[in-house]
Design a protein around this ligand. Structure first.
Ligand code: GLY
Length: 358
């Protein structure tokens, strides 16, 4: 089965979601890169598991160690140097095969190498399939600021092959589900032409989703990306609407940073951020009890729980103030305001501090 979606922002491109064979995937990559010199940047884990099934020669490959810590300027420079070594020209292409880290750093390298060359995304994790591979955000991190260096740079095409999900461990799968659940909470704020009923789909389909049933996976990814595309088509550069995609992310990013990117997966941190902000919005009567209960039930259905561990609130606030979304001395939070709807609020550091006292 294959579903094709189209992104219509400044640059048009296709996203293919399928359970095609690896042979077919190789063919598609070959066709999309015909006549081009290629540099494949691939996650070490994926390389070890799939190199016999993927079609590239050893000198076309840059293997990147796994983990958010690898999304740094040293590895960025290594990719650029490698591109230069193998003689990539302006007409050539970089291909990211891996999760969000590989996609983000490769996209950033492609967008800056010779002022921008072609770039293809082949996401292999659920998180990168439903979020980071689409929409053109590329980035590297600094030690205390995630995604602080980056560009908006759309790929030429995105090939999502759900066969990669078979070897995704439970922790990484749940991380992706964290972002999937996010879309359920923001659906009606995405400006999609018609309802997709993602909240209901995730409630009823939990068992099949947890079993990674192929058709359900394809449909779930299609729903999430349809919502993301609706947002990106209207606001590619995050002037306004795109901020809704950051539901759960303000605290989420701070938690990832305060733990030096090695305690929580991104999706897990986003789930903690969603628990936190839903509870706060309920306490402050932005949403009622029914919303609160249904939201908690959905998160719990997937085995998630609120964060128990406490972190120093002063440090969290300091990190949230460093977030790209902070402006005019205020921290931006995306809060729920109705079932499937969210809105933006800005709080001073002092006001945000009170959130942690509740
Ligand atoms: N991951 C959020 C965005 O693409 O805007």
């Amino acid at each position: 089965m294959k579903q094709t979606l189209k992104v219509n922002c400044e640059k048009e491109y296709l996203i293919e979601i399928s359970d095609n064979s690896f042979e077919k995937l190789n063919q598609e990559i070959n066709e999309a890169t015909k006549g081009q010199k290629r540099l494949f940047v691939i996650s070490k884990k994926v390389y070890k598991l799939y190199y016999t099934r993927l079609n590239f020669s050893e000198d076309e490959v840059f293997v990147l160690n796994d983990g958010e810590k690898e999304k740094n300027y040293k590895n960025y420079l290594k990719i650029i140097e490698r591109a230069q070594q193998i003689g990539l020209s302006r007409k050539d292409v970089m291909i990211a095969i891996g999760g969000g880290v590989v996609g983000d750093i490769t996209g950033f390298a492609a967008s800056t190498y010779m002022r921008g060359i072609d770039f293809i995304q082949v996401p292999t994790t659920l998180l990168s399939a439903v979020d980071s591979s689409v929409g053109g955000k590329t980035a590297i991190d600094l030690a205390d600021a995630k995604n602080i260096i980056g560009t908006f740079y759309q790929p030429k095409v995105v090939f999502i092959n759900i066969n990669f999900l078979a070897t995704l461990d439970k922790k990484q799968f749940l991380s992706g589900l964290g972002e999937v659940l996010k879309y359920a909470f923001i659906e009606e704020s995405c400006g999609h032409t018609h309802p997709l009923y993602l909240f209901e789909f995730l409630t009823l389909g939990c068992e099949k989703i947890m079993q990674k049933e192929p058709l359900t996976m394809i449909r779930m990814i299609e729903y999430c990306l349809s919502l993301k595309i609706a947002v990106v088509n209207q606001d590619e550069k995050e002037g306004g609407l795109r901020k809704v995609l950051n539901f759960g992310h303000t605290l989420g990013h701070a938690l990832e940073t305060i733990t030096k990117y090695n305690k929580f997966t991104h999706g897990e941190a986003v789930v903690y951020g969603m628990y936190f902000i839903i509870k706060w919005a309920y306490n402050h009567e932005y949403v009622g009890y029914t919303y609160y209960r249904l939201s908690m039930e959905l998160l719990e259905k997937y085995g998630f729980k609120p964060l128990k561990k406490k972190f120093p609130k002063e440090k969290l606030i300091e990190l949230m103030m460093k977030d790209k979304k902070a402006s005019e001395g205020k921290i931006t939070f995306i809060i729920p305001c109705d079932k499937k709807k969210v809105k933006e609020i800005k709080l001073t550091p002092v006001e945000a501090g009170y959130m942690f006292d509740e």
